[in-house]
Design a protein around this ligand. Structure first.
Ligand code: DLL
Length: 438
């Protein structure tokens, strides 16, 4: 089901007209209302009237996360605080959060965008929906919540954590939909097995998973484990929150961007040069309808590519690829660029390995040492009996070989007994950097 047929299937030339009009309005508003933007535009020598075509967006300066930090908490807001009805923040763990605001209209738009997203995932009015994204400053919980209600489903606002209770409520309330980070879904599956349940036999039919990078191989595992369709949802608080883009359940091939609200570009992360469709680079978003906190050419730090081809679901919107990773999470191993999701993709092809892993970086003299820590499945562990089993020697060799073949790097592999790594209740920590620890 398509929630907003008009906007989600608009011919691309018509969408470009909508975008240009909204871009011109947004640019004018931020120039008049936010000193930061006025100064940045003046320094770039551009005036709102210079935006006559969508390509003219390239005349505008970029915004980065640092601009949010420097304008903490409310200096980038484009409305009077009396008009702000919600405040959210980044999920970063260090320092002060980056803060974003929403007017009543912004919340209305966001709810509709998420309602569209849930339909795109296979949701239907009348569904019961288990929302295990964290509620709070993080946009995941409340973002999904309002969209589920708007779509016409009943939301179970369970939030993250207390996994045994999550299982009880899934059994008792019989939801069709589940939303959580993929790493937390693993946790839920593990707990179901611990309680002697068969995770394939729940009422769940579809999952809306995202907020962290995950691989196609992880999707296969989660779909198989729960006997559901799993789609990837993307978003970031700076641009709005969950729902900026989502896959459709029909194709599961790229995430449809809510283009009437967000204008996407891909740029070279080093030079800022705009790259053509199909080429991988850093995602950049400009908000087209946000009132309280509009962003202009916001550098997300996320690596993806864009695809304008029509989709079999009938939506005409631009699709972005799965996020490969964040620019900051790119590992440079002996000169080769590697993202944790690429390591994940190789690990998950081994049935002996559980999908719990971490990349640990240590300093070895003047060089960095990259260790991949990965757990064995409980079934395989009981088969071999001990973590010192000689059977692990050929397994390690095979994994190392496959990582070398597909990524071109050599890593130190540590195979761990089940339950060795800390489980995530929200976003998983895939990289542990011990280099600056004394
Ligand atoms: O993670 C919003 C969200 C909530 C998205 C629930 C999806 C579901 P932030 O906490 O601001 O917002 O973090 C945003 O998370 O820049 C990406 O690096 C990463 N991210 C979000 N979705 C995905 C995804 C929410 N599907 C940052 N795949 C973004 C990969 C993702 N990374």
């Amino acid at each position: 089901m398509i929630f907003n047929v008009e906007m989600e299937t608009l011919p691309r030339e018509k969408m470009a007209e909508v975008q240009l009009k909204r871009l011109q309005e947004t640019v004018k508003r931020v120039y008049e209302r936010v000193p930061f933007h006025q100064k940045a535009f003046d320094e770039a020598g551009v005036k709102p009237e210079d935006i006559q075509t969508l390509d003219d967006i390239q005349k505008l300066p970029f915004m980065k996360k640092k601009d949010l930090r420097e304008n903490y908490p409310f200096n980038l807001f484009a409305v009077d605080m009396k008009e702000v009805s919600r405040i959210h923040g980044s999920s970063g763990t260090k320092g002060k959060p980056t803060v974003v605001g929403y007017t009543k209209n912004d919340i209305e738009n966001w709810s509709e965008i998420v309602a569209r997203a849930i339909c795109s995932a296979g949701g239907e009015p009348g569904d019961i929906f288990h929302n295990a994204y964290g509620y709070g400053l993080f946009t995941g919980g409340l973002g999904l919540h309002y969209g589920i209600e708007r779509m016409g489903a009943a939301v179970v606002p369970i939030s993250g954590g207390n996994t045994p209770r999550q299982i009880t409520l899934i059994e008792d309330f019989q939801p069709r939909g589940l939303a959580a980070t993929p790493s937390y879904v693993l946790n839920i599956v593990e707990e179901m097995k611990k309680q002697g349940m068969n995770p394939r036999e729940t009422s769940l039919k579809y999952g809306i998973f995202g907020a962290e990078p995950w691989s196609e191989e992880m999707r296969e595992q989660l779909e198989e484990a729960l006997d559901i369709k799993a789609v990837d949802i993307y978003g970031l608080s700076e641009v709005m929150g969950p729902g900026v883009s989502i896959e459709c359940h029909e194709a599961q091939d790229g995430l449809h961007i809510a283009e009437d609200h967000f204008l996407a570009e891909i740029v070279d992360p080093n030079t800022g040069e705009v790259l053509p469709y199909g080429q991988e680079g850093e995602l950049v978003f400009t908000s087209l309808t946000k009132e309280a906190f509009p962003v202009i050419r916001y550098r997300t730090g996320d690596i993806a590519s864009l695809n304008p081809a029509p989709c079999k679901c009938g939506r005409t919107t631009l699709r972005m690829s799965r996020i490969k990773g964040r620019v900051d999470d790119m590992l440079i191993i002996r000169g080769v660029n590697v993202f944790p999701t690429e390591i994940e993709a190789v690990l998950l092809t081994f049935k002996q390995l559980a999908p719990h892993y971490q990349v640990v970086i240590e300093r070895d003299g003047a060089l960095d040492r990259f260790e991949v820590h990965c757990e064995l499945t409980p079934e395989y562990m009981s088969e071999i009996g001990s973590i010192d089993s000689p059977d692990l020697v050929p397994l390690k060799k095979a994994i190392g070989h496959d990582i070398k073949c597909s990524l071109g790097v050599t890593v130190v592999l540590r195979l761990l007994p089940p339950n060795s790594l800390v489980r995530s209740e929200s976003k998983a920590m895939r990289i542990v950097d011990n280099r600056n620890k004394a």
